[in-house]
Design a protein around this ligand. Structure first.
Ligand code: XIL
Length: 298
């Protein structure tokens, strides 16, 4: 079997990969992608700096290479990401206050409208919470426009693409801790006030261990009435890599509202974590032990 086919047999889940438009001419890469995965995320091509490099001037050329490939293969598409403190175009980095707020909401509306009907799940907001023990928001230009910027983004995304699941996505949320609890409290508040939110993404950029309450953390979010997704999984190479991939996979399958898993790249040589060899295929495209343990867990 394959990762995607096995996940699909488990209640219609998906198994996806982050991909780069610039690698779609690499036949080894594309062969693995088409064989193993039934969902994709654009690794960079849907970020603000890519889609709106000048204010009000949108460019979807690279994103569309990924979208067209995915649609041609019948793959789901995760949209990543509408608003984030990272990879903003220079013009947005220079804005503040209501000018930035208006530009940000316009960006959400324009991009979500452009891709309407094609996106399975949008990461509407990425990485808005602080690391460490505060459980509060991260300081950013977006946060300084007012604490309601996240809900404003979700409302704009819902209006633009009512068929997409709308997710909040973050890292260091892979267990019950102050950061994940801060997000949990935001989601609970959104649900109680009718702010549209459908899912929470757990990036899961992992090192040599997995939190003992990884599954319990997914479950507590699911119990709020949102789906959960593993959105950017990669695990540092080491003696435990295969076991950690399997444990994440089993945790997702054990939570009925866990829709799917996305790994953040295909081969180790495609990874943003240079030198960590954190993916399921080696640099030649061969299946690693982590691939086999993941497939066996599905
Ligand atoms: C990373 C990409 O993989 C890199 O190519 C890029 O240089 C920086 O961004 N969290 C996220 C992703 O939400 O968008 C990041 O992707 C990895 C961390």
């Amino acid at each position: 079997s394959t990762l995607g086919a096995s996940a699909a047999e488990k209640g219609g889940r998906y198994f996806g990969a982050a991909i780069a438009a610039g690698r779609l001419g690499d036949s080894t890469y594309v062969n693995i992608l088409n064989r193993e995965f039934n969902s994709v995320t654009a690794e960079n091509e849907m970020k603000w700096s890519s889609t709106e490099p000048q204010r009000g001037s949108f460019n979807y050329t690279s994103a569309n290479r990924i979208v067209n490939h995915a649609l041609g293969q019948g793959m789901k598409i995760r949209g990543h990401t509408l608003l984030w403190h990272g990879q903003q175009p220079g013009w947005a980095q220079g804005l503040s206050g209501s000018d930035l707020r208006n530009a940000a909401i316009n960006h959400v509306t324009q991009v979500a409208t452009y891709f309407r009907g094609k996106i399975h799940s949008w990461d509407v907001v990425n990485e808005a919470f602080a690391d460490g023990g505060s459980g509060g928001r991260r300081d950013s230009n977006l946060q300084r426009t007012g604490n309601d910027w996240i809900e404003a983004a979700f409302r704009a995304a819902r209006a633009a693409d009512p068929g997409a699941k709308l997710c909040y996505n973050d890292y260091n949320t892979d267990g019950i801790n102050a950061k994940s609890t801060g997000i949990y409290n935001m989601v609970r508040d959104f649900k109680s006030r009718g702010v549209p939110i459908d899912c929470v993404g757990f990036q899961s950029h992992l090192g040599g261990s997995i939190s003992g309450d990884y599954q319990a953390n997914l479950q507590r979010f699911a119990d709020l009435g949102v789906d959960v997704q593993i959105t950017e999984l990669d695990v540092a190479q080491g003696s435990n890599q295969a076991n950690i991939y399997a444990a994440v996979t089993r945790a997702c399958l054990a939570v009925s509202r866990c829709n799917g898993i996305t790994v953040w790249g295909i081969r180790d040589s495609d990874s943003w974590r240079t030198g960590e060899n954190p993916l399921l295929f080696d640099s030649s495209g061969n299946k690693k032990a982590a691939y086999t343990s993941t497939l066996n867990a599905l």
